[in-house]
Design a protein around this ligand. Structure first.
Ligand SMILES: NC(=O)c1ccc[n+]([C@@H]2O[C@H](COP(=O)([O-])OP(=O)(O)OC[C@H]3O[C@@H](n4cnc5c(N)ncnc54)[C@H](O)[C@@H]3O)[C@@H](O)[C@H]2O)c1
Length: 140
């Protein structure tokens, strides 16, 4: 089974390594080419306990890229783990999430059959759909 992880930072890179350790083929994607290059070179892009060991042990099943068509088109499950920094009002900002969803939507528009699960609440889900017209999956 092939899965993908969007965002290869403090949470995303360890998720890539752990999923690969379970035998899954994992594509990672990040907007930062340096991060992608580090993963492909077998180097941990962030400091996390055991991350380097897991990446090294499972390297054959891990590939990083900046190509959305490959990542979303070829994998069965995609996790989005990008920054959600606090704005001036203290609320989470979804700019990075929306940017990622836009890219995913462009690929999903040509892909048959998919479901979406969102850790956010439904109001936020509706905002995703309104903000990103290319991404309009049916509600579960
Ligand atoms: N780090 C933690 O301890 C922690 C704990 C709980 C929750 N979280 C949450 O997890 C999420 C990710 O946090 P993190 O600490 O891993 O962030 P991070 O900053 O360490 O990594 C985020 C990665 O996402 C990449 N990115 C940004 N925009 C992107 C896009 N549009 N497409 C692809 N890649 C993109 C960045 O280049 C970066 O490599 C946030 O919502 C955060 O609040 C983090």
């Amino acid at each position: 089974m092939k899965v993908s992880v969007v965002g290869l930072g403090k949470l995303g890179a360890p998720l890539v390594a752990v999923l690969a350790s379970k035998g899954l083929s994992v594509y990672g994607i990040d907007v930062n080419p340096a991060t992608v290059a580090q993963i492909n070179a077998g180097h941990a892009p962030v400091q996390e306990p055991c991350l380097q060991e897991f990446l090294t042990a499972n390297r054959p099943r891990i590939r990083a890229t900046t190509d959305w068509a490959t990542v979303i088109g070829e994998t069965e499950i995609t996790y989005v783990i990008v920054p959600t920094p606090s704005g001036a009002d203290g609320a989470f900002k979804n700019d990075h999430v929306l940017a990622a969803i836009e890219e995913i939507g462009r690929v999903l528009a040509h892909k048959q059959g998919y479901h979406r699960r969102d850790a956010g609440h439904l109001r936020r889900c509706r905002r995703y759909r309104q903000t990103t017209p290319s991404f309009r999956p049916p509600l579960p």
